[in-house]
Design a protein around this ligand. Structure first.
Ligand SMILES: [Zn+2]
Length: 189
C-alpha cells in the first residue's frame, strides 16, 4: 500500500514518522518548540536520541516527551482520517491540535521554579503562579515578640515600631521560591 500523504512511497513506520513530507514538516515545527532542534527525523533514531538524554522533571524534558507522543498520535490519526474517512487537515491544523493537547496536559502541574519555566511559559503561552508559603510562628513566640516590639516602640518612637512590624510580617509570610503552579494564560479565552 502506498503512503496516503505523498502517494509515492510504500507505507511504513519510518516513512510515516517522519520521513514523508507532511509528517516531517509537522515534526520539524513541533521539535523546534521544545528545544529538540538537533533531534533526528527518523523514528528509530529519535528513540535512540531520547534514550541518550536524561529523563527528569524539568519543564523542557516534560514538554519534549509530551510533544513526541502527541505528534505521533495526531499523525497516525491524520493517516487514518485520510485513509478511511477521506478527511484532510492542514499542517497548521495538526500542529495546533498537538500544541493544544500538550498545553492542556501541563496545566495544573507543580514544577520547580526556574528561568526555564518562565522561558517555556512564553513559548507555550501559559502562566506561572508562585505559591505563598506561610511560616507560622508558635503563639507564645509571636506574643513575646509583639510585647517586645511595643515596649521598644514606646521607648524609641513610632518609626522603629513600624520597621520592626514590617520585618516580622516579612518573616511570617514570604514568597515560596521552590515551586510554581502552571496556569492557563490570562489572555486565553
Ligand atoms: Zn509519504
Amino acid at each position: 500500500m502506498k503512503c496516503i500523504f505523498c502517494k509515492r512511497v510504500k507505507d511504513s513506520h519510518d516513512h510515516l514518522f517522519f520521513g514523508c513530507e507532511l509528517p516531517g514538516k509537522v515534526w520539524n515545527r513541533m521539535k523546534n518548540l521544545v528545544k529538540l532542534n538537533t533531534a533526528p527525523n527518523c523514528w528509530s533514531e529519535i528513540l535512540d536520541f531520547m534514550l541518550r538524554r536524561p529523563i527528569n522533571k524539568s519543564i523542557w524534558s516534560i514538554l519534549q516527551r509530551l510533544v513526541i507522543g502527541a505528534s505521533i498520535y495526531y499523525i497516525w490519526q491524520e493517516r487514518n482520517l485520510r485513509l478511511f474517512q477521506g478527511k484532510v487537515r492542514s499542517i497548521d491544523e495538526i500542529c495546533y491540535m498537538i500544541q493544544d493537547v500538550v498545553r492542556l496536559r501541563i496545566l495544573g502541574l507543580n514544577i520547580t521554579d526556574s528561568d526555564q519555566v518562565l522561558e517555556a511559559a512564553k513559548v507555550w503561552d501559559f502562566h506561572v503562579e508562585r505559591e505563598k508559603v506561610i511560616v507560622l510562628l508558635p503563639f507564645g513566640l509571636v506574643l513575646g515578640i509583639s510585647v517586645a516590639i511595643i515596649l521598644l516602640g514606646l521607648w524609641t518612637g513610632g518609626s522603629f515600631l513600624t520597621r520592626l512590624m514590617l520585618m516580622v510580617w516579612n518573616l511570617m509570610i514570604r514568597d515560596g521560591p521552590r515551586s510554581v503552579m502552571i496556569m492557563p494564560a490570562r489572555n486565553r479565552g
